[in-house]
Design a protein around this ligand. Structure first.
Ligand code: BES
Ligand code: ZN
Ligand code: ZN
Length: 501
């Protein structure tokens, strides 16, 4: 992976194959950028600089003599200053880094003083530019026998600083690097085909990460699930040759072991065929990413542990493969969940809420959480309602909604609140069991959220994030190739880093 470095001795000492120079529209003026002038004095006589406008998505490659310490500059247009936001900034940096990679440049320099002149806050700009740069070069490891002839990733990306002591900016860069590592891990897991990533394989991966990053990982196999009453999770896994697993991640920094934990719960369906209520063939392949919620939880907890955030965190990954076979759950079956309630199953394709209800109940039985946040590719209805760029948030606690929306907003993961509309809970009544796991098609995302709420005790702070739709990119962008997006990972990581929750 591309290394992040620091060059601390001032612009005269900066050195790289290419330096990025971000400009707002109408502000391309060397006289206003003394650092740029010092790092690449040849720019003053580069005629092409006169044509650079700083328009959005404009990239101009300028060449100096090849044996200079900074022989090339790529100007990066950001558009008008008053319309510039973090989204535009991230995309611009990612687009620039991608171009540098295509050209085969091994080292790239980001001049921090030029970032500091932009709106958004110095530390955030550093964190976001590092994260964006790394996501731009990250690729899913190829499964092809013959490696494609694509240019290698840059060897390193350096932040160029003035000769002051920017400790907090180093830390910001490390946070950006860690965020990119987390998102890349979540994407890699969600892009991995179902046959290569079963619940067991995911548990093995989590166990390895636990050793590497410093947290505990416990895996419940079928016997343990049975003993502890996970009737709903077991029912979902029964139709598959791959047994279900509950993967429990526990992290606490020194001194926080007795604190109430923040609990994350992720839907971990390693493949969702729909079960006996089989999905149509078209698009079924995408359901290898039906464990995106679990991937986000694993990546966020592992990264928080690696960073040593000063708190206690529990992550629960509710993992199963939803398949049709002779042992599969049937529509009409009744199962018993961890909290003792019986659940009528109406449609085997609404499996996510079944694995989650057991995990939610377990979280409250085992711990006294400060808050529980679940994340799941739960309903097509949510994707229909909000589209591919915005996830649903369901939560009765207005303050928690704001916390999560703010955490997501800073890293480009947006949530829109949908209602836990109480009257619809009536629609989940069952003739034969304590509750039915689904209601009518209309309001499908709300009905699913209300089913989950049934398993959350009054007074427990809880939010449900429905990431169906946002978890998968149909089109490539500078920050993300086609496939799993890792959506939600950075939100959870931000929540873990905050000490307020
Ligand atoms: N994993 C799907 C939801 C989904 C759909 C995620 C599209 C990503 C993209 C989920 O298990 C499912 O199939 N839900 C059903 C529920 C219905 C049967 C009540 C749905 O949304 O159609
Ligand atoms: Zn399903
Ligand atoms: Zn599903």
């Amino acid at each position: 992976m591309t290394d992040i470095r620091f060059q601390n001795l001032g612009p005269e000492q900066w050195k790289a194959d290419i330096m990025l120079a971000p400009f707002c529209e109408g502000e391309v003026d060397l006289a206003q950028c003394p650092e740029l002038d010092k790092a690449a004095p040849w720019l003053a006589v580069a005629p092409a600089l006169r044509d650079v406008r700083g328009e959005k998505e404009e990239l101009t490659l300028l060449h100096g003599h090849h044996d200079l310490s900074v022989p090339r500059v790529l100007t990066v247009g950001l558009g008008q200053r008053d319309t510039l936001d973090m989204e535009i900034f991230r995309k611009a940096v990612a687009g620039a880094v991608r171009l540098c990679t295509q050209k085969g440049f091994a080292s790239i320099l980001l001049p921090e003083p030029m970032l500091a002149a932009l709106p958004g806050g110095r530390e955030r700009l550093v964190e976001e530019s590092v994260c964006a740069a790394l996501l731009a070069v990250n690729r899913f490891p190829s499964l092809k026998k013959k490696l494609e002839k694509s240019p290698p990733e840059p060897e390193w990306i350096a932040l160029g600083f003035m000769d002051d002591k920017p400790d907090c900016l180093h830390a910001a860069a490390r946070r950006g690097e860690n965020a990119a590592t987390a998102v890349s891990l979540a994407r890699e897991l969600a892009n991995t085909p179902g046959n290569l990533l079963s619940p067991r394989a995911l548990a093995e991966r989590a166990t390895r990460l636990a050793e590497e990053c410093g947290f505990a990982c416990t895996v419940f196999d079928e016997d343990t699930l049975e003993k502890n009453g996970f009737g709903a999770l077991l029912a979902v896994g029964r139709g598959s040759a791959q047994p279900p697993r509950l993967i429990i991640l526990e992290y606490a920094s020194g001194g926080c072991e007795q604190d109430k934990p923040l609990v994350f719960v992720g839907k971990g369906i390693t493949f969702d065929s729909g079960g006996l209520c089989l999905k149509p063939a078209a698009g079924m392949g995408e359901m290898k990413s039906d464990m995106s919620g679990a991937a986000a939880v694993l990546a966020a907890v592992a990264t928080a542990a690696r960073e040593g955030v000063p708190r206690r965190i529990v992550g629960l990954l509710a993992c199963a493969e939803n398949m049709p076979d002779g042992r599969a759950m049937r529509p009409g079956d009744v199962v018993r969940a961890v909290n003792g309630d019986t659940v009528e199953i109406a449609n085997t394709d609404a499996e996510g809420r079944l694995v989650l209800c057991d995990a939610l109940a377990w979280a409250q039985k085992e711990w006294t959480p400060t808050a529980v946040v679940d994340i799941a590719t739960l309903t097509g209805a949510c994707a229909v309602a909000l589209g591919k760029d915005m996830a649903g948030i369901f939560c009765d606690d207005a303050e928690l909604v704001e916390r999560i929306r703010a955490a997501g907003g800073t890293c480009g993961e947006h949530y829109w609140e949908l209602p836990l509309w109480k009257p619809y809970a009536e629609q989940l009544k069952s003739e034969i069991a304590d509750i039915c796991h689904m209601g009518p098609r209309e309001g499908g995302a709300v009905n699913a959220a209300l089913f989950l709420r049934h398993f959350v005790t009054d007074g427990v702070r809880w939010a449900h994030l429905d990431i169906a739709g946002t978890d998968w990119a149909e089109k490539a962008s500078p920050l993300c190739p086609v496939g799993a997006t890792g959506f939600g990972t950075r939100t959870l990581l931000e929540l873990a880093r905050e000490d307020a929750l």
